[in-house]
Ligand binder design. Structure first.
Ligand SMILES: NC(=O)c1ccc[n+]([C@@H]2O[C@H](COP(=O)([O-])OP(=O)(O)OC[C@H]3O[C@@H](n4cnc5c(N)ncnc54)[C@H](OP(=O)(O)O)[C@@H]3O)[C@@H](O)[C@H]2O)c1
Length: 328
């Protein structure tokens, strides 16, 4: 019989790729989604949809017992929210409830993999080093703090866990970094401030593959920072997009304070529609972080992580997908 995996947040950008990777690994896939989730992409998939209520511990426990999962990949979460309380509730408390239910339920769960974020550690202020397993967490945003909270809740539990902290994830289906692709296709290349930045990226398929590998790896109760292993300048993404699109662009640097002012106005506007702006004052702290580069040797060694994509082939595949979907 196939082993069962619950993938929460399966309807999201990363979730779809997690489902693909889990199916490739021969797992019986159960999505954890909402009644309102868009699941059109799964119309041809042989998977089972479930609707966990993370706010109701008892029903969560029953659901886990009913399904008898072998593994869980917890990717449900918010990357944009209107308040710290909302971030903590969805990213922190929901994780806590899922973990508590998994502990209480009569199931023999072999592992839970949490898709956390490098934002739970935060960017470094200086350029001459990189984030390692020993870097003290200093998240600069409410989002980062809520992901750190989720990590702590998981670490306190008795179940076998792995925490993955991906840096900025891009690839087919991504909608935020997509704005950079779109700007450049229109000949515009805007930056916030003039400071130097060292950035990192990971292609979504590499992240999905390592998340599934982590389920089967002997390693347990360990956390891993996940990037494609390269350190990029702040211009590298744009340069790679331009090269593949064969486009020229007008590069300019907006003053940080001006962007912060615009972000404040955007926040107010979006608030009216109950939505969160992609560029908000919080996100600016991450977007302008000086150094997001990482040492991924622990993931290479213990999870067999071997990124197949760098920006060059990842951006190419992403642009092909955006074009196919007529997003570009
Ligand atoms: N994208 C990145 O660059 C990045 C980097 C590092 C870490 N991460 C982490 O990766 C995970 C997935 O991110 P993503 O980029 O795939 O985001 P996404 O596209 O926004 O997907 C988020 C998923 O979480 C679900 N979700 C959101 N709020 C929920 C709630 N209140 N109750 C139940 N489910 C809820 C969404 O369901 P619906 O479809 O119903 O909305 C969706 O399935 C997140 O935990 C995020 O923190 C992302």
């Amino acid at each position: 019989m196939k082993q069962k995996v619950l993938i929460t947040g399966a309807s999201g950008f990363i979730g779809l790729h997690l489902v693909d990777a889990a199916l490739d690994a021969g797992l019986d896939v159960y999505t954890g989604i909402r009644k309102t989730s868009n699941i059109a992409q799964f119309s041809e998939y042989s998977i089972t949809h479930t609707y966990p209520d993370y706010g109701d511990l008892e029903s969560l426990e029953k659901e886990l017992e009913l399904r008898q999962y072998d593994y869980i990949i917890h990717a449900a979460g918010v990357t944009k929210a209107r308040s710290e309380a909302l971030y903590n509730s969805i990213n922190g408390e929901y994780t806590f409830n899922l973990v508590r239910a998994a502990v209480n339920a009569k199931i023999s769960l072999q592992k839970i993999v949490l898709i956390s974020s490098l934002a739970s550690i935060g960017p470094l202020n200086e350029a001459n080093s990189c984030i390692t397993g020993d870097t003290l967490p200093q998240p600069v945003t409410a989002y980062g703090r809520s992901k750190l909270l989720a990590e702590l809740k998981l670490k306190e539990s008795g179940i076998p866990w792995i925490i993955l902290r991906p840096t900025a994830v891009y690839g087919p289906g991504e909608k935020d970094i997509f704005l950079v692709f779109k700007m450049i296709s229109r000949g515009v290349e805007a930056y916030i401030g003039k400071g130097e930045q060292k950035l990192s990226f990971v292609y979504v398929k590499d992240l999905a593959r390592v998340a599934v590998k982590a389920l089967f790896a002997p390693a347990s109760r360990e956390d891993y920072n996940i990037t494609d292993g390269h350190a990029y300048s702040r211009y590298a993404l744009a340069d790679t997009i331009k090269a593949y699109l064969n486009k020229k662009s007008l590069r300019f640097h907006l003053p940080y304070t001006a962007v912060k002012g615009v972000a404040a106005v955007m926040e107010k506007l979006y608030e009216r529609f109950n939505r969160t702006a992609v560029v908000n004052r919080e996100k600016l702290l991450e977007l302008t972080g000086a150094n997001w580069t990482c040492d991924i040797s622990k993931a290479r060694r213990e999870l067999g992580f071997s990124p197949e994509y760098d920006l060059k082939n990842g951006v190419k595949e992403t642009i092909d997908w955006y074009k196919q979907q007529r997003w570009l």
